[in-house]
Design a protein around this ligand. Structure first.
Ligand SMILES: Nc1nc2c(ncn2[C@@H]2O[C@H](COP(=O)(O)OP(=O)(O)O)[C@@H](O)[C@H]2O)c(=O)[nH]1
Ligand SMILES: [Mg+2]
Length: 238
C-alpha cells in the first residue's frame, strides 16, 4: 500500500547559517552532509509480477519475518528516518517496494512474512510471488535476510534461503536488534547462525546489526555497494 511508504524526497536546502558565505573548508564538520547519506528514492510498489519494474540493471532484495526490523534497517542503511514505514505492531506491508539507490541500481523491500493473522490463501499467493521473484529475477544480485538476533533463523527464513541458494547468488543475514542482547549473547547468536548457514547452505554470510544503535550499518552498506557494482559475469545463471 502506497500509504505505508513515505516518499523519500530530501528535505529542502539547509537554512542560511552565515550572513557571508564560507569557503567549504571553513564549514564545521558537524554542519556538513555525512558521507554515508545515500541518494535513496522511492520508485514504485508492485502487488504482482506484472507490476514489477523492468528486470534490468541491478538490485538487492531485503526480506524478513514481519517485525524483524526490516523497515528500520532500510532507513538506517539509507541514513534516513522515514524512507520505509516502521511499525509498532506486526503489520502487513504486502507490496514489493522499489527504491532507487543509483543509476540502474535498486533496493527492493519484499513483504514481511510469518504474520499469524494472514489467511492461508494470502500466504500462498505471497509465497508464490516471492519465490517466483527470487528465482527468476535476473537483475537480483543478492538477498539481505533480516532476522531478529534474539530468535535465530526460523523455518520460513530457511524456506526463503532454500529458494534463493540455487541461483548461485549470495545471501547476507543481518541479525537485527543486537542492541537488545549482551555482548556475549551477540557473539553466541553470530556464531550459531554462522555455523547453521555453513552446515546447510552455500554462499551465505552473516553479521550483527542494530538500526537503533547504528551498529553494523557501515559493514552492510559496503556489502550492498559491492553487490550492486562488482563484476559477476562469470556467475550469471545460464
Ligand atoms: N531495540 C531495537 N528495536 C528495533 C530495531 N529495529 C527495529 N526495532 C523495532 O522493532 C519493531 C519492528 O520494526 P520494523 O522496522 O517496523 O520491522 P519490520 O516489520 O521488519 O519492517 C519496531 O517497534 C521497531 O522500533 C533495533 O535495531 N533495535
Ligand atoms: Mg516493515
Amino acid at each position: 500500500m502506497l500509504r505505508n511508504i513515505v516518499q523519500g524526497n530530501r528535505s529542502p536546502g539547509s537554512p542560511v547559517l552565515y550572513s557571508t558565505p564560507l569557503a567549504p573548508r571553513q564549514i564545521p564538520a558537524q554542519l556538513q552532509t555525512p558521507m554515508t547519506t545515500l541518494a535513496v528514492e522511492y520508485l514504485a510498489s508492485a502487488h504482482k509480477m506484472e507490476e514489477m519494474l523492468p528486470d534490468s540493471g541491478r538490485e538487492v532484495a531485503f526480506a524478513g519475518r514481519s517485525n524483524a526490523g526490516k523497515s528500520s534497517a532500510i532507513n538506517a542503511l539509507a541514513n534516513r528516518h522515514r524512507l520505509a514505514f516502521v511499525s509498532k505492531t506486526p503489520g502487513r506491508t504486502q507490496t514489493i517496494n522499489f527504491f532507487s539507490v543509483g543509476k540502474n541500481q535498486r533496493w527492493v523491500d519484499l513483504p514481511g512474512y510469518g504474520f499469524a493473522k494472514v489467511s492461508k490463501t494470502e500466504r500462498e499467493y505471497w509465497g508464490e510471488l516471492i519465490s517466483t521473484y527470487l528465482t527468476h529475477r535476473k537483475s537480483l544480485m543478492g538477498l539481505i535476510l533480516l532476522s531478529d538476533s534474539r530468535h535465530g533463523l526460523k523455518p520460513l527464513d530457511e524456506q526463503l534461503i532454500g529458494w534463493f541458494v540455487p541461483t548461485g547468488r549470495p545471501i547476507h543475514v543481518l541479525l537485527t536488534k543486537s542492541d537488545k542482547l549482551s555482548q556475549s549473547a551477540c557473539t553466541k547468536a553470530l556464531r550459531e547462525t554462522q555455523a547453521l548457514l555453513t552446515r546447510r547452505y552455500a554462499n551465505c554470510s552473516v553479521q550483527l546489526f542494530s538500526a537503533t544503535a547504528n551498529k553494523g550499518v557501515g559493514q552492510a552498506n559496503s556489502l550492498l555497494a559491492n553487490w550492486l557494482t562488482e563484476d559477476r559475469t562469470e556467475k550469471a545463471p545460464g
